[in-house]
Design a protein around this ligand. Structure first.
Ligand SMILES: *[C@@H]1O[C@H](CO)[C@@H](O)[C@H](O)[C@H]1NC(C)=O
Length: 208
Protein backbone atom coordinates (compact mmCIF):
# COMPACT_ATOMS: atom_id res chain seq x y z
CA UNK A 1 0.00 0.00 0.00
CA UNK A 2 2.77 2.41 0.87
CA UNK A 3 5.42 1.35 -1.57
CA UNK A 4 6.74 4.84 -2.03
CA UNK A 5 6.54 7.15 0.91
CA UNK A 6 8.09 10.53 0.94
CA UNK A 7 8.14 13.18 3.58
CA UNK A 8 9.70 16.55 3.69
CA UNK A 9 10.55 18.65 6.65
CA UNK A 10 11.57 22.21 6.10
CA UNK A 11 12.83 24.68 8.58
CA UNK A 12 12.41 28.34 7.80
CA UNK A 13 13.07 31.35 9.90
CA UNK A 14 10.76 34.18 10.73
CA UNK A 15 11.42 37.86 10.59
CA UNK A 16 14.31 39.40 12.46
CA UNK A 17 13.59 42.20 14.88
CA UNK A 18 14.66 45.72 14.20
CA UNK A 19 17.38 46.54 16.74
CA UNK A 20 15.11 48.80 18.73
CA UNK A 21 12.17 46.40 18.78
CA UNK A 22 12.80 43.96 21.57
CA UNK A 23 11.46 40.44 21.26
CA UNK A 24 10.06 40.85 17.78
CA UNK A 25 10.20 37.93 15.39
CA UNK A 26 12.94 37.84 12.77
CA UNK A 27 12.97 37.16 9.03
CA UNK A 28 16.43 35.67 8.90
CA UNK A 29 18.56 33.99 11.50
CA UNK A 30 20.91 36.37 13.29
CA UNK A 31 24.48 36.39 12.09
CA UNK A 32 26.40 33.56 13.70
CA UNK A 33 23.53 31.09 13.56
CA UNK A 34 24.27 27.83 11.86
CA UNK A 35 23.16 24.23 11.82
CA UNK A 36 26.30 22.15 12.22
CA UNK A 37 24.82 18.67 11.91
CA UNK A 38 21.56 16.78 11.67
CA UNK A 39 20.98 13.10 12.34
CA UNK A 40 17.78 11.09 11.86
CA UNK A 41 17.09 8.07 14.03
CA UNK A 42 14.03 5.96 14.77
CA UNK A 43 11.60 3.28 13.63
CA UNK A 44 10.19 5.68 11.02
CA UNK A 45 13.54 6.31 9.41
CA UNK A 46 15.62 3.12 9.30
CA UNK A 47 19.11 3.54 7.82
CA UNK A 48 18.99 4.35 4.13
CA UNK A 49 15.36 5.50 4.10
CA UNK A 50 15.71 9.19 4.85
CA UNK A 51 17.85 12.17 4.14
CA UNK A 52 18.08 15.66 5.54
CA UNK A 53 18.93 18.83 3.68
CA UNK A 54 19.95 22.11 5.26
CA UNK A 55 19.82 25.13 2.96
CA UNK A 56 23.04 27.10 2.38
CA UNK A 57 21.72 30.07 4.32
CA UNK A 58 20.69 27.84 7.24
CA UNK A 59 17.10 28.95 6.96
CA UNK A 60 15.61 25.66 5.84
CA UNK A 61 15.94 22.08 6.94
CA UNK A 62 14.31 19.40 4.89
CA UNK A 63 14.03 15.75 5.81
CA UNK A 64 12.76 13.27 3.30
CA UNK A 65 11.48 9.88 4.38
CA UNK A 66 10.68 6.87 2.28
CA UNK A 67 9.36 4.46 4.92
CA UNK A 68 7.72 6.59 7.55
CA UNK A 69 4.28 5.07 8.06
CA UNK A 70 2.22 3.29 10.70
CA UNK A 71 -0.43 0.62 10.15
CA UNK A 72 -3.12 -1.02 12.30
CA UNK A 73 -5.39 -3.93 11.49
CA UNK A 74 -6.52 -7.39 12.59
CA UNK A 75 -3.40 -9.08 11.23
CA UNK A 76 -0.99 -6.30 12.04
CA UNK A 77 1.42 -6.42 14.95
CA UNK A 78 1.12 -3.67 17.55
CA UNK A 79 4.69 -2.61 16.81
CA UNK A 80 3.40 -1.27 13.49
CA UNK A 81 0.86 1.05 15.17
CA UNK A 82 3.38 3.76 15.85
CA UNK A 83 6.52 4.93 14.08
CA UNK A 84 8.80 7.77 15.05
CA UNK A 85 11.81 9.56 13.70
CA UNK A 86 13.88 11.87 15.82
CA UNK A 87 15.93 14.58 14.18
CA UNK A 88 18.89 15.61 16.29
CA UNK A 89 20.00 19.05 15.20
CA UNK A 90 23.22 20.68 16.44
CA UNK A 91 22.75 24.43 16.37
CA UNK A 92 25.20 27.28 16.86
CA UNK A 93 23.40 30.16 18.56
CA UNK A 94 24.90 33.66 18.44
CA UNK A 95 25.45 35.63 21.64
CA UNK A 96 22.40 37.59 22.73
CA UNK A 97 19.80 35.32 21.11
CA UNK A 98 17.75 32.30 21.85
CA UNK A 99 15.07 30.55 19.85
CA UNK A 100 12.14 28.19 19.91
CA UNK A 101 10.12 26.56 17.14
CA UNK A 102 6.84 28.23 16.20
CA UNK A 103 5.15 25.62 14.09
CA UNK A 104 5.72 22.64 11.89
CA UNK A 105 4.25 22.03 8.46
CA UNK A 106 3.74 18.48 7.38
CA UNK A 107 1.89 16.54 4.74
CA UNK A 108 1.19 12.92 4.16
CA UNK A 109 -1.44 10.38 3.49
CA UNK A 110 -3.94 8.41 5.53
CA UNK A 111 -6.61 5.81 5.02
CA UNK A 112 -8.87 4.69 7.86
CA UNK A 113 -11.78 2.31 8.30
CA UNK A 114 -14.74 3.37 10.44
CA UNK A 115 -13.81 3.50 14.12
CA UNK A 116 -10.10 3.71 13.37
CA UNK A 117 -8.20 6.88 14.20
CA UNK A 118 -4.76 8.18 13.41
CA UNK A 119 -2.56 11.06 14.38
CA UNK A 120 0.56 12.70 13.15
CA UNK A 121 2.62 15.03 15.20
CA UNK A 122 5.86 16.29 16.51
CA UNK A 123 7.41 17.53 19.67
CA UNK A 124 10.66 19.28 20.30
CA UNK A 125 12.94 19.84 23.26
CA UNK A 126 16.43 21.10 23.85
CA UNK A 127 19.00 18.67 25.19
CA UNK A 128 19.27 19.28 28.93
CA UNK A 129 15.92 21.10 28.98
CA UNK A 130 13.05 19.87 31.10
CA UNK A 131 10.08 20.77 28.95
CA UNK A 132 8.85 19.97 25.48
CA UNK A 133 6.39 21.56 23.08
CA UNK A 134 4.10 19.52 20.86
CA UNK A 135 2.01 19.92 17.75
CA UNK A 136 -0.49 17.25 16.70
CA UNK A 137 -3.22 16.56 14.20
CA UNK A 138 -5.79 13.79 14.59
CA UNK A 139 -7.88 12.02 11.98
CA UNK A 140 -10.92 9.73 12.30
CA UNK A 141 -12.20 7.13 9.92
CA UNK A 142 -13.91 6.32 7.74
CA UNK A 143 -11.58 7.98 5.26
CA UNK A 144 -11.00 6.34 1.91
CA UNK A 145 -7.54 7.67 1.36
CA UNK A 146 -6.65 11.29 1.68
CA UNK A 147 -3.68 13.57 1.80
CA UNK A 148 -3.09 15.93 4.68
CA UNK A 149 -1.01 19.04 4.53
CA UNK A 150 -0.76 21.90 6.94
CA UNK A 151 1.02 23.88 9.54
CA UNK A 152 0.44 23.20 13.21
CA UNK A 153 1.60 25.51 15.96
CA UNK A 154 3.59 24.05 18.81
CA UNK A 155 2.08 24.60 22.22
CA UNK A 156 4.40 26.00 24.93
CA UNK A 157 6.56 27.48 22.22
CA UNK A 158 7.17 30.59 24.30
CA UNK A 159 8.56 28.58 27.20
CA UNK A 160 10.52 25.87 25.38
CA UNK A 161 13.49 27.93 24.22
CA UNK A 162 17.17 27.36 23.75
CA UNK A 163 19.59 28.65 26.37
CA UNK A 164 20.68 32.22 25.75
CA UNK A 165 23.58 32.55 23.32
CA UNK A 166 24.78 28.97 23.73
CA UNK A 167 25.23 26.22 21.19
CA UNK A 168 22.57 23.62 21.71
CA UNK A 169 21.22 20.30 20.52
CA UNK A 170 17.61 20.52 19.37
CA UNK A 171 15.66 17.28 19.25
CA UNK A 172 12.57 17.10 17.06
CA UNK A 173 10.62 13.89 17.42
CA UNK A 174 8.12 13.27 14.63
CA UNK A 175 5.61 10.49 14.83
CA UNK A 176 2.63 8.80 13.21
CA UNK A 177 0.10 6.55 14.97
CA UNK A 178 -2.93 4.47 14.09
CA UNK A 179 -5.41 3.17 16.67
CA UNK A 180 -8.02 0.51 15.92
CA UNK A 181 -8.95 -0.30 19.52
CA UNK A 182 -12.58 0.75 18.84
CA UNK A 183 -12.85 -1.50 15.80
CA UNK A 184 -10.45 -4.41 16.04
CA UNK A 185 -11.52 -5.68 12.62
CA UNK A 186 -10.83 -2.32 11.08
CA UNK A 187 -7.62 -1.27 9.41
CA UNK A 188 -5.86 1.98 8.89
CA UNK A 189 -2.60 3.52 7.85
CA UNK A 190 -0.94 6.88 7.96
CA UNK A 191 2.27 8.05 6.36
CA UNK A 192 4.45 11.11 6.64
CA UNK A 193 5.08 10.78 3.05
CA UNK A 194 4.05 10.43 -0.49
CA UNK A 195 4.90 13.13 -2.91
CA UNK A 196 3.97 16.23 -0.99
CA UNK A 197 4.78 15.54 2.61
CA UNK A 198 6.31 18.70 3.76
CA UNK A 199 7.10 20.15 7.16
CA UNK A 200 8.27 23.63 7.87
CA UNK A 201 9.75 24.48 11.20
CA UNK A 202 9.76 28.17 11.85
CA UNK A 203 12.38 29.49 14.15
CA UNK A 204 11.31 32.17 16.56
CA UNK A 205 14.29 34.29 17.57
CA UNK A 206 14.39 36.58 20.57
CA UNK A 207 16.99 38.85 22.02
CA UNK A 208 18.00 37.60 25.46
C1 LIG B 1 -6.51 3.98 21.35
O1 LIG B 1 -7.76 4.58 21.58
C2 LIG B 1 -8.34 4.17 22.79
C3 LIG B 1 -9.78 4.67 22.82
O2 LIG B 1 -9.87 5.99 22.37
C4 LIG B 1 -7.49 4.64 23.95
O3 LIG B 1 -8.05 4.27 25.18
C5 LIG B 1 -6.11 4.02 23.82
O4 LIG B 1 -5.25 4.54 24.82
C6 LIG B 1 -5.51 4.32 22.46
N1 LIG B 1 -4.32 3.53 22.30
C7 LIG B 1 -3.15 4.09 21.98
C8 LIG B 1 -2.01 3.16 21.83
O5 LIG B 1 -3.02 5.29 21.81
Amino acid sequence: MFTSTLSVLALACTALAAPNVARAATSAPPSGFSISSVAALGTGCPPGTSYVLVSDDNTALTAVFSEFYAVAGPEVSISQNRKACQLTVSVKVPAGYNFGLKNIESAGYYQLDSGVSASQGSYYYFQGGLSQASAWTEFRGPVQGKEYIGKVDYDLTSSVRSPCGKDVVLNILNDVRVNNSKNKQGSGAIAKDLVNLKQTLNLDWQAC
